[in-house]
Design a protein around this ligand. Sequence first.
Ligand code: TMP
Length: 217
Amino acid sequence: MSLNNGNKTGKFITFEGIDYSGKSVQAQLLCQKLQDLRLPVVAIRDPGATRISEEIRRILLDNKNHEMSYRTELLLYEAARAQMVHEIIAPALAKGQVVICDRFFDSTTAYQGYGRQLDLDVIKQANMLGANEIVPDLTFLIDIDVHTACARRIKQEMSADRLEAEGLEFQNRVRQGYLQIAGEYKQRIYVLNGEQSIEKLSLEIIQHVKNRLKLFA
Ligand code: TMP
């Protein structure tokens, strides 16, 4: 969302994709680029970024919490986001800063809506509550095949967190969900082929930010 507060207008950019799509690296590279251009930029991750949201993140990803219901999961993601919006995103946008967020409410639609198969209308309402109706100006969806994602996790020798441990069928529902969301919000969501090199992806992202948001020449 472009928050207009006096003459201050911030920009809000989000990155989405299944785990191991490479979105976090791309969020960092874009942040670096904007910092090099001396633009005021805030980079955060959802769930996380504030003390309370990071505590909620730990509960959400802990493999011990296997008894967590899907509705609890949904509400915890929204709670973590609400705190992050309150403490960081809304004030930064009001100051005219660029906010780069690794995941936002499209993750909830993809994971809890399409992955967990909770009611999509309920998710939409919950998302507006959690985000306090702040909508990104631009969202990058980095799309990769679930088998590629799984191979990357094995190569990096990472253990699976509670969500990642859900298996390929779940991850594939999430991926297809993301593509569905991108089709619905074509103006906001730009889909990238995550099988490309990090450098190529980064160039495409920077070019798109330049053309769409006119943050730099
Ligand atoms: P991350 O590892 O990309 O930081 O994300 C943490 C995990 O949380 C990831 O598996 C996706 C999941 N997630 C949801 O299920 N719903 C959400 O709303 C968000 C933001 C993340």
